[in-house]
Design a protein around this ligand. Structure first.
Ligand code: ADP
Length: 369
């Protein structure tokens, strides 16, 4: 049986007229990112709340059209009643909106990657612990709503409590002296989640603003992997002091890292540098350093892009095993050479945030919608 692809689904969707009669539903910006897994096609249709009835009919129609395509086992089409973030902003929307700071939090830094599996979350938690080891007050916001890993990495179970009698705000969870909020504390880990940009934003806004954070010098945000709409909106709507991009040395990942860089450029968030993760491997048996991928790619790429290269972290089973066990290396092996690397990167980042350096010095930014 032929495999179903995004292009095939898109081609089919382009044949369906938009409800306002102008163009098709794809060109009208009604279709979200399309996810395909094992023949299951998932996406959302952006509904105008004033025309929900018509949208429900459209949803049923689209559902049938997609389900009929060869290779499709199941078509799951959600309706979301939000405006598409991909539409060009109209003149009114361009009347700029200021991104509000988060009460009590001095700097927010995003840890991002062009794709999944490069060690973004592992880097985020160890950097957070490194900031802490360097004497700062630290919080972690797990914005990776597609695959929240902070509960596991922190080794925290249980649910957050309300911070006061009104129940409007939530207390952050905490371990290793670091406060942490994650959607993973609120939903069952095994529940697959389909998120659309605006839903991601409202989940993030809650974690950011409806958690009673203590006074914090730096909040590390573990971003969702990739550079799609959801990531862009997130980067745009959080008051970030800067971002770091994590990449593995393989060329492919570097190309993805470049996408990450461009994403932050688009929304004027300073990229503070590139971290090469799983850079080289020190063999247990012989103690020798093996450069299993074409190591050094990130450094050369950073230079080419005019970005600071922040450092390289080896591929080490200790890093993985400790992460898996909820005992991250910077917390549990404070004197290891790896901890020293993370702490040095944290120091560089802190200085960059404090001096407002990076590609554009502007912790408080103004954006059109
Ligand atoms: P991402 O957040 O980019 O999807 P993760 O942080 O979840 O990636 O890492 C993916 C896997 O790689 C995890 O099993 C993690 O423990 C492992 N890993 C990450 N960095 C390293 C490293 N430097 N050495 C060994 N394993 C690592």
């Amino acid at each position: 049986m032929t495999d179903i692809t995004k292009d095939i689904v898109l081609a089919e969707l382009k044949r369906i007229a938009a409800p306002d009669g102008r163009g098709n539903i794809v060109s009208a910006g009604l279709v979200s990112d399309i996810a395909i897994q094992d023949g299951q096609v998932m996406f959302a249709l952006n509904a105008d709340p004033q025309h929900l009835k018509a949208m429900e009919q459209l949803q049923a129609f689209v559902q049938q059209a997609v389900a009929k395509l060869p290779g499709v086992k199941k078509a799951m089409i959600a309706l979301t009643a939000e405006r598409s973030p991909t539409r060009e902003p109209g003149p009114k929307a361009q009347a700029a909106q200021t991104v509000r700071g988060v009460e009590g939090v001095k700097h927010l830094i995003a840890v991002a990657s062009g794709k999944g599996g490069v060690g973004k979350s592992t880097t985020a938690i160890n950097l957070a612990l490194a900031f802490k080891a360097n004497g700062l007050r630290v919080a972690v916001l797990d914005a990776d709503v597609y695959g929240p890993s902070m509960p596991k990495l922190f080794g925290i179970t249980g649910k957050p409590e309300a911070s006061d009698a009104t129940g409007k705000r939530m207390k952050p969870m905490s371990r290793f002296g670091i406060e942490v909020a994650s959607i993973g504390f609120l939903v069952d880990e095994t529940t697959p989640m389909i998120w659309r940009g605006p839903m991601v934003m409202s989940a993030l806004t809650q974690l950011l603003r409806e958690v009673a954070w203590s006074q914090t010098d730096v909040m590390v945000i573990d971003m969702p992997p990739g550079t799609g709409d959801a990531q862009l909106t997130l980067a745009q709507q959080s008051p970030l002091s800067g971002a770091v991009i994590v990449s593995t040395p393989q060329d492919l990942a570097l190309i993805d890292a470049r996408k990450g860089l461009n994403m932050f450029k688009k929304v004027n968030v300073p990229v503070l540098g590139l971290i090469e993760n799983m850079s080289y491997f020190i063999c247990d048996g012989c103690g020798k350093r093996h450069e299993i991928f074409s190591h050094g790619g990130a450094k050369a790429e950073a230079e080419r892009l005019g970005l600071p290269f922040l450092g390289e972290i080896p591929l080490d089973p200790q890093i993985r095993e400790r992460s898996d066990a909820g005992e991250p290396i910077v917390a549990t092996l404070p004197d290891s050479p790896h901890t020293a690397i993370y702490r040095k990167i944290a120091e560089t980042l802190w200085q960059a945030m404090e001096s407002g350096s990076g590609m554009k010095p502007a912790p408080r930014m103004v954006f059109g919608e």
